[in-house]
Design a protein around this ligand. Structure first.
Ligand SMILES: Cc1cc2nc3c(=O)[nH]c(=O)nc-3n(C[C@H](O)[C@H](O)[C@H](O)COP(=O)(O)OP(=O)(O)OC[C@H]3O[C@@H](n4cnc5c(N)ncnc54)[C@H](O)[C@@H]3O)c2cc1C
Length: 298
């Protein structure tokens, strides 16, 4: 309850331009930002990738940026992703937000960029953004899976959305790889579950559908209770992986790796870290308290 109120307040505050300017320019926020992002350029991210790969952990790289409406910026994002793909290999992938490659401009433009990335990739993951993009994102996923049925392409689905069970049952026909997440945006209660209990219950329900009906699933959560539930299902370990965000619960991920589970880390980098960072703060009151404490101490 308190977490919900806090989350709403924080989402509201994060839309304030002055607050944004303050957070982006403040040196005090940097240590916390650096906890969640690999750095500001690809070189930084590749160093982290190499280190984690050596420990047996797969990486998906996110070039930070979203809601891009400038065509040149969209083109630059596409070129950056192409560049990443020329450096990564094996099971490593890129994670793309469709609004970073033009979804707010033109769906066809986005599809065209995505198609070109898919053609030169081993593995691409598509993030899920706020609910007003879900229809378009699923439509594009179905099309790309139809056009490139043998390519490894994953799609994130959010358990907090009431529609997600239906979406998953429909997507199963496309032989998907689903990255199951709880959901990180502020959504109206008409379309999204609000209580943690319900979001978690749906997560488990959807996870069970996916693990039984698809080839491979990305269980993307830091929630130990859910992770233990999935472990206790005794599903063949080659059929799924545990995926976590860079900077969160790394020790737990290493333990899972030691127990023989496939493990992955979502690794963001780039200068456009503000919205990503704000979502990480909103998820956890303790992060904001930590930040505020440092602000007042200075
Ligand atoms: C690999 C990956 C990819 C993701 N992709 C998407 C996506 O495409 N679309 C989308 O909407 N969301 C995405 N998310 C975010 C997700 O929706 C959740 O907001 C986020 O994972 C927190 O939920 P949780 O499952 O960890 O459970 P929670 O119940 O929120 O957290 C469980 C525990 O994890 C730890 N924890 C969680 N968040 C934080 C944090 N920010 N800081 C410190 N500790 C924390 C805490 O110990 C907490 O008790 C992704 C998450 C992961 C792991």
């Amino acid at each position: 309850m308190l977490n919900g109120v806090f989350k709403n307040l924080f989402f509201y505050l994060s839309k304030n331009r002055n607050f944004e300017k303050f957070i982006v320019s403040s040196r005090i926020t940097k240590p916390l930002v650096n906890r969640f992002i690999a750095g500001y350029n690809l070189e930084d991210a590749l160093k982290v990738l190499e280190n984690l790969n050596q420990r047996g952990i797969r990486i998906t790289i996110d070039y930070l940026g979203e809601s891009v409406i400038d065509k040149q910026e969209v083109e630059n994002t596409f070129l950056e992703y192409k560049n990443i793909l020329s450096y990564i290999s094996g099971n490593n992938s890129i994670s793309v937000k469709l609004t970073s490659i033009g979804l707010d401009i033109d769906k066809n433009l986005t599809y065209d960029y995505l198609r070109q990335l898919v053609e030169v990739s081993n593995f691409i993951e598509i993030d899920m953004e706020s609910s007003n993009y879900v229809d378009a994102t699923i439509e594009i996923y179905k099309k790309i899976k139809t056009d490139y049925p043998t390519k490894k392409i994953a799609l994130a689905i959010q358990s907090y959305l009431k529609r997600s069970i239906e979406d998953v049952n429909e997507l199963i026909k496309y032989n998907p790889i689903i990255r199951l997440v709880k959901g990180a945006y502020k959504e109206p209660r008409e379309i999204a579950y609000e209580s943690k209990k319900e979001v978690d219950r749906k997560f488990i329900e959807i996870a069970e559908i996916l693990l039984k009906n698809t080839q491979y699933t990305l269980i993307a959560t830091h929630d130990e209770k859910i992770i233990n539930h999935v472990k206790n299902l005794n599903i063949d370990k080659t059929k799924f992986e545990f995926q976590m965000l860079y900077g969160i619960k790394f020790e737990l991920l290493l333990r899972l790796k030691d127990e023989g589970y496939n493990c992955g880390i979502y690794l963001p980098y780039g200068s456009q870290w503000y919205p990503y960072f704000m979502r990480r703060l909103a998820e956890r009151p303790a992060n904001v308290i930590f930040l505020l404490k440092n602000l007042f101490r200075k």
